[in-house]
Design a protein around this ligand. Sequence first.
Ligand code: GDP
Ligand code: MG
Length: 700
Amino acid sequence: MSNLRIFAVNHKKISSLHINNMCSSKIRASLKRLRLHVLLGRNYSSLPGLIGNDIKSLHSIINPPIAKIRNIGIMAHIDAGKTTTTERILYYSGYTRSLGDVDDGDTVTDFMAQERERGITIQSAAVTFDWKGYRINLIDTPGHVDFTLEVERCLRVLDGAVAVFDASAGVEAQTLTVWRQADKHKIPRICFLNKMDKIGASFNYAVESIREKLKAKPLLLQLPIGEGKTFKGVVDVVSKEKLLWNPNSDDGKDFERKPLLEMSDPELLKEITEARNALIEQVADLDDEFADLVLGEFSENFDLLPAEKLQTAVHRVTLAQTAVPVLCGSALKNKGVQPLLDAITMYLPSPEERNYEFLQWYKGDLCALAFKVLHDKQRGPLVFLRIYSGMIKRQLAIHNINGNCTERISRLLLPFADQHVEIPSLTAGNIALTVGLKNTATGDTIVSSKSSALAACRRAEREGEKKHRQSNEAERLLLAGVEIPEPVFFCTIEPPSVAKQPDLDHALKCLQREDPSLKVKLDPDSGQTILCGMGELHIEIIHDRIKREYGLETYLGPLQVAYRETILNSVRATDTLDRTLGDRRHLVTVELEAKSLETSSLLPVIEYAASVAEDLSQASREAIENGLHSACLQGPLLGSPIQDVAITLHSLVIHPGTSTAMISACVSRCLQKAGEVSELAFKSKPISGYGARKRPPKSV
Ligand code: GDP
Ligand code: MG
């Protein structure tokens, strides 16, 4: 058994390991076969926790106590060092044996080929590892603007996040966006000021920008020793220790932790004592329990306050999101990552400390969220699930609320990046990777059965009655109808030959399940397939993936932007239509006003002046609405749809006998006229993130 670690190594040859089912003789036999390959592939060390070679401890490895689970994301502006930090984390936790390097395209989390080529993280992958008895599930969130939907989706699954900053740049645009999204989902955070070794790195500047731009209260738990070229390590403000990394160590695994002493570091000790006192005061201001403690027992001398007391208070404050702990280091130079891991376990919450309202309705029954679907050639769709309550097992039948369908999980895996370990069951708080769910799409809510969903629904309804809520209960059971923005960029896509069209359709269907922000349409005129995506890069990546993963060389037409037009100021116009067809005279006169709408609306908001509304028949009203809607399909600038516009009909005179088609034609022409006379009032703009809508629940 002592060689089990080697057995667990070779992910290239065996995609999943049936550890639980395998008796030791089988393992030994496999070892002989596998040992040869070990040196060839990426070297993984033992499964975390298996170091003691004790197969019995596997159960606790697989289902750790919920209080010891941390579901964490790393969020950052592109290039802040998210991937490098993740790599170091996996290395120090014993998951990888060699340090991957984004600059060489050799990291675990950026495992898709295009990402390696581009050096950016697009596909977020969940990675599981252990650190000092804690189970950490790390979701590597994408950093590119085109993929904010992915970020949003990941955030829902997280109980906490680490925001990584480039210490020479402070808060950058993308961090701001993601920070707001994290606010929306109420995710406790800690900040890591990375790149402290870089020329121009400034701890104070970065902290100030967190205060200014993010409007957050930084809790300085560390101070750097040196900056830029002189950066050597950090001082732990809480414990008053200095952490120095050996300059000769090439992986930063060894560092020394020494208490600051009056004898050797009088200056630093003074500075840190002041920083610690300031931190204590700051935390006491935010946490009453801690304030009582400090003012009672330790008011005379803060130095006597034990580090653990301060740490638990910082944990509470982090959870309440009234302040954010700040740490610093250099992932590239291997400094400060281990204390960051300690901080993740110490300050970020476990799943049971998070308050998920819907859990009360499930009463311990299964409730999970499919937050990521990947397609694997051999195993078919792989669905990443966050389990909120209950338990999942292999061979379990589950019910999908969004799809209103029941299907079976055939196998259950723990997602150790691209190496997956097969397990029999998994409990609440964990992230699982399932095989066999063919109809589940990204964002779907999974429960144990239809009746369990109905029971939860009834409980929610009862609760709703108590609170006199009007909201749609079925919808509230859905964990994450991830808001899908309307795609902005589109182009035609063609297979290499007509015979390959079904293959292309299949590939696009699979890709759409993984990525709901990708839309595929059929041009009714030309019969061509149209790809609609969130950006140029998004479409390019889809094109690449079709080639790589489905072996199809496709051709893209020119990229087009889905512009929308809108009105900027108000315009009035009148129009008269007078036409005699046969012996029938059609005469309509209309006066309308178009103005911009504060809120977003794809359809025009139509209002009638009181005098018009008074004696307007239902048929005429419909004719007007049809006319205005059709006029809004083509704006005066580029012929793109008009949106965010309010139209008021000030007067309308209809000669008796006028057909409704003529009424439609008249108001439509009048609106076009308004657009033409005030062409400058129309502006074309690509609307991104517009028309957010949720995948609607089918009846439960
Ligand atoms: P991501 O885009 O946030 O995933 O950032 P990466 O991890 O890909 O890093 C972007 C670039 O910054 C790469 O060239 C890294 O080598 C570099 N980098 C990452 N961490 C550090 C650091 O601590 N110090 C310095 N000087 N460079 C770093
Ligand atoms: Mg990256």
